[in-house]
Design a protein. Sequence first.
Length: 213
Amino acid sequence: MKTTIIFDLDGTLLNTLGDLRGAANYALRLRNLPPRTTEEVRRFVGNGVRNLMRRCLPAGSSDEEIDAALADFKKYYAEHLYDTTVPYDGIQELLSILRKRGIKVGVLSNKLNSATQALIRHFFRGKVDVVFGEHSGIPRKPDPTSCRMIMEQLGAKPEEVLYIGDSGVDMNTARNAGLTAVGVTWGFRSREELIDNGADLLADLPVQILMML
């Protein structure tokens, strides 16, 4: 019996791709660099925004150049979090049902913590118990540290938890924390990536997650 679900955010609960691309291309435009396509940004996200900007910039860019571009990205993104971002179809209904059933819900993202918290407040106020984004000094997913911190706050044992995400990083996070890994196929990555990285279960629609509890 599962009592707890930990969700990834980008590509799992929210389609944030348009706003991430907008912020990345803003930083590139300031440097007279060509914009990145939606598909390129889709491939680049998942390991934190610094890695996103490193991948968007020309190969061989220095740490100083990456940090400067990242600062511009962060400023723009903070002001454009909600331009095109929307929950995936069925997510609001799923979270409402989980709340009614007494299932504890956490969100764990490699996204900046400030943006993660703001997006959850905006879209899912009252539907999530614990929210955890990128923190300085705490390793990002797929390291299990932050996942275990959420579990401790929720009072959940590994065997009671479903971990739900859309990428290989998420599947490895679940495995590293000893959780059941559920891959969602509506997100940023392919079904093949989820399977190759050890998904225990796959969901093509949010409602299917209810059958896994």
